[in-house]
Design a protein around this ligand. Structure first.
Ligand SMILES: C[S@@+](CC[C@H](N)C(=O)[O-])C[C@H]1O[C@@H](n2cnc3c(N)ncnc32)[C@H](O)[C@@H]1O
Length: 226
């Protein structure tokens, strides 16, 4: 096998997952309506007809939470970015039955899309819910929460916008808390500068339920861009 030393360290491994015919059909028939073609797209929030606040969910998995938030907040535009095509298919199947005009999806690497297809100060909230834990020491470098990605998310949020991160991995939570608490550009919204007890907006995600079954604790953190 060739070893490319210049290969980018990514937070994901491209995988198709179990791919049903119905998911493929949903992508074939609904992608034009909901999918974002990132080529020549300078600012994705401009794609929506209604100009209203924009929230982004990175790595939405099967899209259960993204769909819930978009359906219950028609006064907000939602953008989801996910590289797992089977998950995108599941979300599009739902949208086929119950269309939502305030939701769009990208299937590219979130950090590249954020860097090149959003103008600075364009997002009101960013959600990163149960990012891949990459819990083996040698894989820690793949974790989405790192300095470079935090800088990109900071730039794209509006002032006073929120970055909401949740994980069921204690060391990932501690690392996130430590990194963002030390970074004076952010204000931890928890009164004790740690975790949020009743996180607003979101519902339990698939990976959260999986973590709970394993007996993991859930850590929600919300940081405001100062
Ligand atoms: C552990 S899963 C969590 C899914 C969902 N948020 C949940 O809680 O059920 C993490 C997801 O993030 C996606 N992901 C990881 N890195 C990504 C990136 N750079 N851009 C887009 N999606 C990414 C993966 O494909 C995966 O579906």
């Amino acid at each position: 096998m060739c070893n490319n030393k210049n290969r980018k360290i990514r937070s994901f491994v491209r995988r198709q997952g179990r791919w049903t015919k119905a998911q493929k059909r949903a992508i074939d028939s609904c992608w034009d309506l909901y999918g974002i073609d990132v080529k020549n797209q300078k600012n994705i929030p401009d794609l929506f007809l209604k100009k209203q606040p924009s929230w982004l969910e990175i790595g939405f998995g099967d899209g259960e939470n993204l769909y819930h938030m978009a359906k219950n907040n028609p006064h907000i535009n939602f953008i989801g970015i996910e590289v797992y095509l089977s998950g995108i298919g599941i979300l599009l199947q739902k949208l086929k039955l119950d269309p939502l005009p305030n939701l769009k999806i990208s299937r590219e690497d979130a950090i590249e899309v954020l860097s090149y297809n959003f103008t600075d100060n364009s997002m009101d909230k960013i959600f990163l819910l149960f990012p891949d834990p990459w819990h083996k020491k040698k894989h820690n470098k793949r974790r989405f929460v790192n300095k470079k990605n935090i800088d990109v998310m900071y730039k794209k949020l509006k002032t006073a916008g929120d970055l909401h991160i949740a994980t069921d991995w204690q060391d990932y939570a501690e690392h996130t808390l430590d990194t963002l608490n030390k970074d004076k550009r952010w204000q931890n919204k928890s009164s004790k500068f740690d975790y949020m007890q009743n996180p607003p907006h979101r519902i339990k995600t698939k990976f959260e339920k999986r973590g709970l079954k394993l007996g993991h604790k859930i850590y929600d953190m919300i940081f405001k861009k100062i």
